[in-house]
Design a protein. Sequence first.
Length: 216
Amino acid sequence: MESLRARAGYQPVSFTSGTRNTSVDEVIISYIVNGNTEKLRSIRKGSSETQRDNPDGSFEIFVLPSRRAFEPYFGKHTRQRSEYVQVAALPPQRSSVLNEFSARLFNIIRDPEAFNKILTRALGFEAEWSIDLSDQGQYFLKFFRGKHAHSSDGMGEGIVSLFAIVDALHDSSLGSMIVIDEPELSLHPSLQRRVASLLAEYAKDRQIVVSTHSPY
């Protein structure tokens, strides 16, 4: 899954000394994309830097890591899906938060109907949410449940995870690839089943790859 994530980004990924093949101190990854071979490889032994050979820019891989929390308070900016994929390259160290995910939320809130339809299917009830601004000038995600509302900081990790999973699906293009690490994390078994059904439906015309420990 990290090999697939390394394919994203505007620039070829830099591999740290701890992630390279220690026997030869270099990296060579081959991808077969629509019958064509492209490679990501070290420019020389002992270097962190890589180059891409014969890349297929038309094939998109959206990789969603298992750590799907995002900063509860954030600034305002937006990113289209293609931009988000390009900035979500393999980081030097595994992060505990999704970088730039708040930019996706600002993009979604402009026309949330399609996103909310998928979120409702995953949750089993119609979700009501918005983006609000605190008096301190920080934005936050507000999730309504009956008469009550929770900020991003008070949302359960399962709901946060579902927002990220649904985002990976909702504006994906036909024939693209979506990779999700441990989609079951923090989800009740009933929700795990709902997500599994949702992924199976999307797999009819997209390539869905998951890594899971869940029997559901």
